[in-house]
Structure formats: structure tokens, C-alpha cells
Design a protein around this ligand. Structure first.
Ligand code: NDP
Ligand code: X2W
Length: 312
């Protein structure tokens, strides 16, 4: 029968994609509440406390509420896809490539990284940790996302406003992803984050422009690329590409689900400037793929089981 997995919020965008990845797998059986019960606190409390794993695919407030419904003595292990617990004590950040596979495998409470932080941290965290980039640098991050990143409300808006071609937001410079970006990259300053959305269903490009020549560490772009390659050498999920061969990076409007991350380092030797870019699926490694990767590790399985990755 396998482990029982309750998806709280299974009718939402992230929940449906997790269901897709777990459907038909013998290691797990899914507990899903029907439409009449899916918001009923008693039904949810029962499911939350009786399952081996609970995956929360809810808005932040509902995720906090779900955790409060779990008896602390219950054996249930939690993966929260929301941003409610990303920098909270007692939670493990569900980014095995950065925090370690064992930490994720042994955790009782996992907070799934945000989609934009997944791209930013995949690029920056290893390079700050190994001293190639200074921790006190004032990092900026520009990003563009598919509209499924905003869940059902944004999907509805993009489906209705057919004229919407581009939307930049977070203009109050208060985006909720800033704390996790700063904490897990080990930065002295908050990241200046400029997110935007385009009329593509899924997919994102997350970019960090860098004046390498102005840094105290004065790193060469090749050493950044080499260091990322080394860091992700054993990862089946994160790959590092040659920047030089590429003239452009594109997103398609309705691509297939994908659980990988591609990293690029573009540079100009004359100016000493570089653009570090991550391409990923906000619903893949940015949300549902990451949750399933952590679930696999917690269940003692190969981390890529059921993930949407190209065959090697
Ligand atoms: N979409 C993405 O790319 C990413 C999403 N996330 C995070 O994952 C979480 C889920 O996001 P997403 O799936 O996109 O959002 P959606 O809006 O698509 O889905 C949320 C689901 O939660 C349900 N819900 C809301 N309140 C309750 C409640 N009190 N009890 C039970 N169910 C409830 C909603 O019900 P109803 O259907 O009735 O509205 C909906 O089905 C969010 O915290 C989001 O920030 C994280 C990374 C990326
Ligand atoms: C396009 C879009 O709206 N994206 C969402 C982030 C999606 C994500 O990572 O979700 P969390 O809420 O779990 O952090 C936003 O900017 O709020």
C-alpha cells in the first residue's frame, strides 16, 4: 500500500501537479478530500494527523492553520509549499542541493523553496559560500515568470485579460521571497528583487547581473561557471550550461512540465560584467517537483523518482 500522503489544497495549481507526479506510484497512496470536505477543518484535521506525509498546497494563512491542526505528537511529516515557514525555526529548507540530502531525508517539517528563490539561490548560494562572490555585495535579481506562478487567481486574470502582455510587480520592494533569498545565500544585504510575469503558462528566467570587476573578490566568469559545475556535479536535477555558445534564452508559452534547473553564466571579458541566469519551471523545481523530490528523500527513495526529467 505504501506511505499515505495527504495533499491539503489538492485542487489548486501546485496540488494538481503533485498529484500528477505521484499518481500510479506504488510507494505512496494519495489521500484527497472531495469537494464537499476539502475545506472542512474536521476532515482536514483527521487527514493531517492520520497520514504519513502531509503536503500543504495552500495560501500562507491556510498553511499556518493546517500546521496548527496537527497534533505535535502525531507521526505526520509535513512538506509546506507555501511561504509561511521558509525562514522559520524548526523547519528545514527543502533544497537538498544546498542544505544536504540527509537533512531533507531526516526532516519532520520541510518548507519548500519559493520559485524565484530556487533560481536565485541555485546560482548564488554556492558561489557566496565558497567565497567567489562577496557576502556583502548588494545583489539584485530580475525575473520573469509564467502566470501559473500566481496560482488560480493569476491564471484566471491572464485568461480573462487577453491584452495583458507583460506585468512587472513587487513595486513596493517588499516581495515575500526576499527573506529566504537573503538567508539561504548568506547575504549581508537584502536582495533588490524585480519580478515580472508574461502570458506564458509556466516557466521562468531568474537573472542576477553582476559587475565582477567591481567586487573585492574580482572573480573570473569561468571560475564561477566551474564552481557551479563542481557544486552540481552529482545532481540529476541541476545542470550548468556553457554561456558562451548561447545568443538568447527563451521561454515557451505552454511547455511540458519539467523538474530540472539550467544554470547559465554569460560574461564579457572587456567589461568584466556577467549575467547569471537560471531557467526552470515554476511548477516543477519551483514548486511541485521540489516537493516530490523532498518526499522521495524522506521516504528513502531515489530523489528523482516520478520527476519530469529528460532521460540521461
Ligand atoms: N504556483 C506556483 O508556481 C507556486 C506556488 N507556491 C505556493 O504553493 C501554495 C499553493 O499555491 P497554488 O497551488 O499556486 O495556489 P492555488 O490558488 O492554485 O491553489 C490553492 C488551493 O488551496 C485551496 N484553499 C484555500 N484555502 C483553503 C483552506 N482554508 N482549506 C483548504 N483548501 C484551501 C484553494 O481552494 P479553491 O480551489 O477553492 O480556491 C486552492 O484549491 C501557495 O502558498 C503558493 O504561494 C510555491 C511555489 C510556486
Ligand atoms: C508570478 C507570481 O505571482 N509568482 C508568485 C510566487 C510564486 C511562488 O514561488 O510561490 P510562494 O508564494 O510559495 O512563494 C509571487 O510573486 O508571489
Amino acid at each position: 500500500m505504501g506511505y499515505s500522503v495527504f495533499i491539503d489544497g489538492a485542487a489548486g495549481t501546485t496540488g494538481l501537479e503533485i498529484r500528477d507526479r505521484l499518481q500510479g506510484r506504488s510507494e505512496f497512496h494519495l489521500v484527497v478530500l472531495d469537494d464537499a470536505q476539502r475545506k472542512d477543518p474536521d476532515a482536514r484535521r483527521d487527514a493531517l494527523n492520520s497520514s504519513d506525509f502531509a503536503i500543504l498546497c495552500l495560501p500562507d494563512e491556510a498553511a499556518i492553520d493546517a500546521v496548527s491542526l496537527i497534533d505535535p505528537a502525531s507521526h505526520t511529516r509535513v512538506i509546506d509549499a507555501s511561504s509561511a515557514h521558509r525562514v522559520a525555526d524548526g523547519w528545514t529548507y527543502g533544497f537538498p542541493e544546498l542544505v544536504g540530502r540527509d537533512q531533507v531525508a531526516n526532516a519532520k517539517r520541510i518548507s519548500n523553496p519559493g520559485c524565484y528563490p530556487t533560481g536565485f539561490l541555485a546560482l548564488i548560494s554556492p558561489l557566496v559560500r565558497n567565497g567567489l562572490l562577496p557576502a556583502d555585495w548588494p545583489f539584485t535579481c530580475n525575473a520573469v515568470s509564467g502566470f501559473s506562478g500566481g496560482g488560480k487567481p493569476l491564471i484566471e486574470r491572464f485568461n480573462e485579460e487577453l491584452d495583458l502582455a507583460y506585468r512587472t510587480y513587487g513595486l513596493a520592494l517588499d516581495h515575500k521571497h526576499r527573506p529566504e533569498m537573503q538567508k539561504y545565500a548568506g547575504l549581508k544585504h537584502e536582495v533588490l528583487f524585480a519580478p515580472s510575469v508574461v502570458p506564458a503558462f509556466r516557466g521562468m528566467l531568474v537573472e542576477v547581473p553582476l559587475h565582477l570587476g567591481a567586487m573585492s573578490t574580482n572573480p573570473h566568469a569561468d571560475s564561477l561557471r566551474d564552481a557551479l559545475r563542481l557544486h552540481y556535479a552529482s545532481s540529476p536535477v541541476v545542470t550548468v550550461n556553457e554561456g558562451a555558445a548561447q545568443a538568447e534564452l527563451t521561454l515557451n508559452s505552454d511547455p511540458d512540465p519539467w523538474d530540472g534547473v539550467e544554470l547559465f553564466v554569460f560574461a564579457n571579458a572587456d567589461s568584466g560584467n556577467a549575467r547569471l541566469v537560471a531557467r526552470l519551471d515554476n511548477l516543477g523545481k519551483g514548486a511541485s517537483g521540489a516537493a516530490v523530490q523532498s518526499l522521495n528523500l524522506m521516504a528513502g527513495l531515489d530523489e528523482t523518482t516520478g520527476l519530469r526529467l529528460p532521460k540521461k
